[in-house]
Design a protein. Structure first.
Length: 117
């Protein structure tokens, strides 16, 4: 079993920054993909950014140039640096880890990010 624990959410003013962290523990396969998703009230969960164990990344168009995903494979950590935050970035942010073409797929409990003045 794998556990994912997110941290770093909170309340921030528009234009501000936050850094989310996700710690993975348990029986983790070294070759995996990790990512951040978000879900706003009344909306479906959507991909924000993802990164493979080899370092390849992809981003939602809405966050390109503002958010940066990174990971520390030795520590089984993934991070999301969020800059120039907008009110529309308000959501619960979830960490995800998967491998084996989706056969192994784990989610964290989520952390709330609120962007408001």
């Amino acid at each position: 079993q794998v556990q994912l624990v997110e941290s770093g959410g909170g309340l921030v003013q528009p234009g501000g920054s936050l850094r989310l962290s996700c710690a993975a523990s348990g029986n983790i396969f070294s070759i995996n993909a990790m990512g951040w998703y978000r879900q706003a009230p009344g909306k479906e969960r959507e991909l924000v950014a993802a990164i493979t164990s080899g370092g390849s990344t992809n981003y939602a168009d809405s966050v390109k140039g503002r958010f940066t995903i990174s990971r520390d494979n030795a520590k089984n950590m993934v991070y999301l640096q969020m800059n120039s935050l907008k009110p529309e970035d308000t959501a619960v942010y979830y960490c995800r880890m998967r491998w084996g073409n989706g056969a192994y797929d784990y989610w964290g409990q989520g952390t709330q990010v609120t962007v408001s003045s």
